[in-house]
Design a protein around this ligand. Sequence first.
Ligand code: ADP
Ligand code: MG
Length: 729
Amino acid sequence: MTNSANTTKPLTAPQKALRKMGLLRDIDLALHLPLRYEDETRWCSLGQARDGEIVQFLALVTSSEIAFKPRRQLIVQVQEIVSSATNDEEFLSNEDLIKGESCTLRFFNFYPSLQKTFTSGKRLRLRGEIRGGMLGKTMMHPSVHAYDENLPNTLTPVYSTTAGLPQAYLRRAVMTGLDRCVRFGSFKETIPEPFQSPNLWSLTKSVQFLHEPAAGVSLLELEDKTHPAWQRLKAEELLAQQISQLRAKRERQSLTAPVLSGHGEIAVGVESKLVDPQEPNNSHSGALTQEFLKILPFQLTAAQSRVIGEIAKDISKKAPMYRLLQGDVGSGKTVVAALAATQCIDSGYQCVLMAPTEILAEQHFKKLVDWLAPLLEQKNLSVAWLSGSQKKKDRQKMLEITESGQAALVIGTHAVIQEQVKFQSLGLVLIDEQHRFGVAQRLALKAKLLDQEPHLLMMSATPIPRTLAMSYYADLDVSTLDELPPGRTPVITKVISDQRRDEVVSRIKAQISLGRQVYWVCPLIEESEVLDLANATQTHQMLSESLPGINVGLLHSKMQTSDKKEVMQQFTEAKIGVLVSTTVIEVGVDVPNASLMVIEHAERFGLSQLHQLRGRVGRGAAASACVLMYSTGEHGRLGETARERLKAMAETQDGFEIARRDLEIRGPGEFLGARQSGAAMLRFADLSTDQEWLDWAQDLAPKMLDSYPQLAEQHVARWLGHKLEYLKA
Ligand code: ADP
Ligand code: MG
């Protein structure tokens, strides 16, 4: 299948189509496994067939013509050949054949070559669905094969294909690829002997079988992939994923990162002074950390203390931390991040915090400045702010203090990883809402760091369900905040039709009269931004009219950043009572006095988006509510998945449960988003059914890397080939 460089012949249409489908190498072809199968291994005579049944018989063409009524079509008359040989096996001429019933074939799409196939007197094998009618039996577009009394003894594979690539061509290409792979050892056994078992088929046998399953095999087992041949492919794939991630993890562990044990220079290499993970705020911690803990207006939750301990332990090692901090909205990730920062600064290194949006970054900035700036000033240090929209002069100043090392903490949007930004001694990188950053941005961040790798802490409010964490995120260490700070009241969630808008407005009035504040979210859909903007403006107007004396604010995506900030500021200071917003209110905004959230057209939002939004309320002590207002439009009813989403929201507030259901509804592809773009998705394994293989692979991967490194290498190369760089990002 390879094209040598000096070939000047242009590619044929099927060759181009193969390229388009990414079927370039032999192994790509060999692993292009069938979508389904057709059973051509049995005869089914015309005479015995009932309406709608698949028949397969030998036929003699008696006539064929092209008709134009009602549209252009090829009409062929055939007769079933019941027997073509005499007792002494002598073949009969067409005239003497023993013939059965006749049948009309119709083709609406056909090439001239097909017409030639049907010259009168020709013998063929036909297969297709039979229709009995007043005018006799007919078949539409049957499959046509050469005359042969011996049927195939394997099921016929049907491959996913594309325009210009006929099944027969693709099948031949696949078979060629398969043969070469087998011949050149591409499917050589990589699972070490002690880990093989009789019920684990060899890869060669499995792939060969799947392309040509023996007649009589259960089609059901093939379809639901419970057949041992499929099981081997799932096992293969999951093992490759586990090995490559474990390898990436180990490679990272072999890099050198600054030791951030919280004691400045003297601490380097002093392992005995590690912060005790059981007791993170103990007396070993450095000055800034201590001072910060003293001024912190609340007690850390047990979960926060535990997680801070996990992080402290990681960053006081020479190997770079690569950790995900997951915690539901409102679980208090910021203070955890702040304590990691203080430990870093106490060790004499800089820390950078990156957030996906400007508003979110600024919230962090304000909070951390409040907490840390006075303490840092005493040490002649400061906090730098970097964003895309800041004035050139301000930016210049910030770049200077970042480079000189005077800024112990640098906060901003992805502006913090732009080329001009230079650090004096970067020790720790904190990334908020990590799933909103792409692979490219993470690679850019890595490229910033010259000789030393910083420690990395990624934060996410979207908890990763266990199976996903075990597979796609196996290279990460995960810390979980599984407890909310005390004093929160659960948010009551109501799902109601937008016919009852008036009731909602009275509810808003009631909340405002109690001195509370309200969010009103209108959905924003990329394709119709203008429309949605109009809608939000209308809602803003409607609410302003029905809520006299109450300041109703408007925030939408097309506003200038400075205007957005102004509105947010007013809302934070309670100068605005109701905030109408088209943009999803930036994930992470924190206004504890807001006690009611209304989400208009809730049916248009994704599940985790709704959950994040709802997390904006219930942050203070006041009883809070979230109203999911849906519109059924002209159809008068909600779609199935929309209904499921809203139901899930009303039923649970547990972020993990929501994430699990979200995964169920959407599948891992969308859930993973940026992390997997360009990287290898699982093609055969299904995390919802293959937990056992995942456990198996997780167990085997370290053993292979330790004791069978060559086999591990071969195994990964077979499955991931050139895609590896992405997995390391
Ligand atoms: P998230 O995990 O969503 O980023 P935040 O860090 O914004 O959550 O915290 C949510 C709110 O809870 C903030 O107002 C924060 O100050 C407060 N908070 C965090 N930890 C505690 C705690 N242990 N006790 C009381 N309040 C806390
Ligand atoms: Mg947050």
